[in-house]
Unconditional design. Structure first.
Length: 121
């Protein structure tokens, strides 16, 4: 039930809570699987030195695994920071902070993927 005050101010459910919750949990489970696999593979390649790490990152498996880990981490980070912003900010500051959060996450992801591609080729 919406009160007249909620109608005027536009407060109420945005109907995006369930999808946000599912995305957060899916990325968390993905990171629970991917991070140990990534660390195991990376630490195994680091024992052979710089050339071993570069060869591992140049392989399709290493590149794909690194891409998945980076992507899941950035999405999970963005969703977590978004929740904190929505809980503690209001008004136009909330809108600006949410926009900056999305922009920062996109820039971080692009920089990481660019570095990954540059290293692998």
């Amino acid at each position: 039930m919406r009160t007249s005050y909620k109608n005027v101010t536009g407060l109420g459910s945005a109907h995006k809570g369930v999808s946000h919750y599912i995305k957060q949990r899916v990325t968390a489970v993905a990171l629970l699987i991917l991070v140990p696999l990534f660390l195991f593979q990376f630490l195994a390649s680091i024992t052979t030195g710089y050339e071993g790490v570069m060869a591992w990152l140049g392989s399709p498996f290493g590149l794909g695994l690194s891409f998945l880990v980076i992507s899941a981490m950035v999405v999970h980070m963005r969703l977590g920071v978004q929740t904190a912003i929505e809980d503690y900010f209001g008004g136009s500051l909330r809108t600006l902070a949410l926009w900056l959060n999305g922009f920062f996450a996109l820039v971080l992801w692009l920089i990481a993927i660019y570095a990954l591609i540059k290293i692998s080729f």
